[in-house]
Design a protein around this ligand. Structure first.
Ligand SMILES: O=C[C@H](O)[C@H](O)[C@H](O)COP(=O)(O)O
Length: 226
């Protein structure tokens, strides 16, 4: 299967996790887009969606799916989204598309995080993909200097402004042996809005596209390997 075929396969497989009559949290990116296209086919079975970006909101609306404000939603049974990298214990790097902060907020509210990804995203150790950090614009240089002290090499994603009006630093060469600790540490730097490590709140289920079909990996199955 090509990468796109794997993405389409996991998007289709994710439909089985969509509860009837509920509001669904939806991620951002090419894999999430495949999912939105599948979700449109059963849109009458759900009560609407919460979007993790303006781009996702736009695509949902184009399909005639109602987009709700997260503040008006008290219950979100599932959040379905892709990842840039994911490990066996469900830690992820996200934010390649710049939507990390809203993704983290919607994921925090959701009871269950279903990650949909092609096989290329499954890694032993996080960090080959540069870690995105959303930063308040005036703090860019300060945060970059602090990141260098942590051993990373930050690169400003020039020309990109997030949906929240901020900038993105992509950090190369980080040694991410303890993702939870690093996620906390980076978030404590003044001026950081959030970083793309989803470790404190990782995924609960990974639907991974492979040449043989969709593989389902659950957190329980690998929880002894943390
Ligand atoms: O900001 C973007 C998101 O975190 C995406 O979920 C991530 O970049 C994966 O995107 P894609 O499905 O296009 O590989």
């Amino acid at each position: 299967m090509t990468q796109d075929e794997q993405k389409r396969a996991v998007a289709l497989a994710a439909l089985q996790y969509v509860p009837m009559g509920e509001i669904i949290g939806i991620g951002t990116g090419s894999t999430a887009n495949f999912f939105i296209d599948e979700l449109a086919k059963i849109k009458h079975q759900i009560d609407g969606a919460v979007a993790s970006s303006e781009a996702t909101a736009e695509r949902l609306k184009q399909h005639g799916i109602e987009v709700l404000n997260l503040n008006s939603v008290s219950r979100l049974p599932v959040y379905i989204d892709g990842a840039d990298e994911i490990t066996h214990n469900m830690h992820m790097i996200k934010g390649g598309g710049g939507a990390l902060t809203r993704e983290k907020i919607v994921a925090a509210v959701a009871q269950q995080f279903i990650c949909i990804a092609d096989q290329s995203k499954f890694v032993k150790v996080l960090g080959k993909f540069p870690l995105p950090i959303e930063v308040i614009p005036m703090a860019r240089s300060y945060v970059a200097r602090e990141i260098v002290l942590l051993g990373g090499q930050p690169a400003w994603r020039q020309g990109v402004t997030t949906d929240n009006g901020n900038i993105i630093l992509d950090v190369h060469n980080l040694n991410i042996m303890n993702p939870v600790e690093l996620e906390n540490k980076i978030n404590q730097i003044t001026g950081v809005v959030t970083n793309g490590l989803f470790a404190k709140r990782g995924a609960d289920i990974l639907l991974m596209g492979t040449d043989q079909g969709v593989e389902t990996i659950t957190l329980q199955k690998s929880s002894g390997q943390h």
